[in-house]
Design a protein around this ligand. Structure first.
Ligand SMILES: Cc1cc2nc3c(=O)[nH]c(=O)nc-3n(C[C@H](O)[C@H](O)[C@H](O)COP(=O)(O)OP(=O)(O)OC[C@H]3O[C@@H](n4cnc5c(N)ncnc54)[C@H](O)[C@@H]3O)c2cc1C
Length: 346
């Protein structure tokens, strides 16, 4: 094992691949599994930290902190901060102020009628567009799911959410979870494979449209948090330990004005990881060398002449497969690539 940050790679004709820094070895095949990129930072005159850089000492000294984002990473960060310093006030900022759904306490059986409805609907589409896909999902939910949630257009930053509204929404999701009522995330999870197949048959333009208009709503409804975390967040909201504001953090003037007024001890970026392959220096260098090309819908593609040498694993396949980062998808991707390799060498 080599413990180093690989900054670049060169293909040596008829030999293989060498790494920079040079390990002294030449490799016949390279699996690129560089994982997720950190989220994009808003342009701001205030320092913005990644969650990993947070130390217990920093948290213990702080009295008021700001967390950017309200989804799963933000929830983990809030719970960690609160555990280390229960007196701290945590101010959350996101565009919509919505928390993730709550995982059902008991695992739920698939709703076969919903799964068939989506499968048949996608099967009958000659041309899969973002709008048709979302319409189909919403029609299926309307017909087979008893909750109110739908996939909606990601909106501009909405007005301040009323804390009571946040608490009530969580309250209702928590009781659905406890009483094992159906949960939208289980429904969306049940059509995971069909959704990925549909995605791989969509044009780049339609993929981009989906990412722009619906990805945020899809992610919020698809990825639920554990019940235990939801109860903690609900309690922190009730006790006034968490405040929520809606804002577009990339609107620098408004963002900086807010941060200035509030005077936080530090700001942590818990927004979604960046899907842009070029945000990783190594991948960016391989794109410059035309070994890889960037995929506008996330991740990269291997240029045809290098397809027998370079294999992409995980998040780098985002544009091609949509669901790529979960441990299961990463393992499957490695397995199928290794199978391909062993078959070709037989
Ligand atoms: C906050 C967060 C929470 C998540 N929670 C879950 C979860 O609960 N369940 C789940 O299934 N998935 C979860 N995921 C998805 C997660 O991406 C995968 O589970 C898994 O970590 C992906 O594995 P990976 O090997 O592709 O990437 P990673 O685990 O990100 O590993 C990439 C590795 O490549 C190294 N690397 C990158 N560039 C270089 C370089 N130039 N030189 C050398 N080394 C380099 C990195 O240091 C890192 O060690 C989560 C993702 C995030 C961001």
């Amino acid at each position: 094992m080599v413990d180093a940050k690989v900054s670049d790679m060169d293909v040596v004709q008829n030999k293989g691949v060498v790494l920079h820094p040079n390990t002294g070895d030449v490799y016949s095949h390279v699996f690129l599994a560089t994982g997720h990129n950190p989220p994009k930072r808003p342009k701001s005159r205030f320092p913005i930290l990644d969650p990993e850089s947070l130390t217990e000492k920093m948290v213990s000294k702080a009295s008021k902190v700001c967390v950017l984002g309200t989804s799963l990473t933000a929830i983990d960060a809030i719970l960690k901060i609160n555990k280390q310093n229960p007196n701290i006030e945590i101010h959350l900022i996101s565009r919509n102020g919505c928390f993730p759904k709550v995982q059902p306490l008991a695992s739920q059986a698939k709703n076969d009628s919903f799964v068939s409805f989506i499968k048949n609907g996608i099967g009958s589409m000659s041309n899969i567009t973002a709008e048709r896909l979302v319409c189909l999902l919403n029609d299926g939910l309307n017909e087979h799911y008893d909750g109110n949630e739908k996939i909606v257009v990601s909106h501009e930053a909405k007005k301040e959410p009323h804390i009571d509204e946040c608490i009530n929404n969580l309250e209702s999701d928590i009781s659905r979870s406890i009483y094992s009522e159906s949960c939208i995330s289980s429904y969306l999870d049940s059509v995971h494979e069909t959704f990925c197949d549909a995605w791989s048959n969509m044009s780049n333009k339609e993929k981009s449209l989906f990412m722009k208009k619906y990805n945020s709503s899809w992610m919020l409804n698809r990825h639920a948090m554990p019940l235990f975390n939801a109860i903690k967040i609900r309690n922190l909201l009730r006790f006034g330990k968490i405040k929520v504001s809606c804002m577009d953090i990339f609107h620098t003037e408004v963002f900086d004005g807010f941060i200035q007024k509030e005077g936080f001890d530090f700001i942590i970026n818990c927004t979604s990881p960046s899907y842009a392959a070029s945000d990783n220096t190594l991948i960016s260098n391989l794109i410059d060398k035309r070994i890889l090309k960037s995929d506008s819908n996330g991740g990269a593609l291997v240029e045809i002449e290098y397809e027998d040498t370079f294999y992409l694993v995980g998040q780098l396949n985002k544009g091609k497969n949509f669901y790529t980062a979960a441990i299961e998808a990463v393992t499957e991707s490695i397995r199928s690539n290794i199978n391909l390799l062993t078959e070709s060498s037989l």
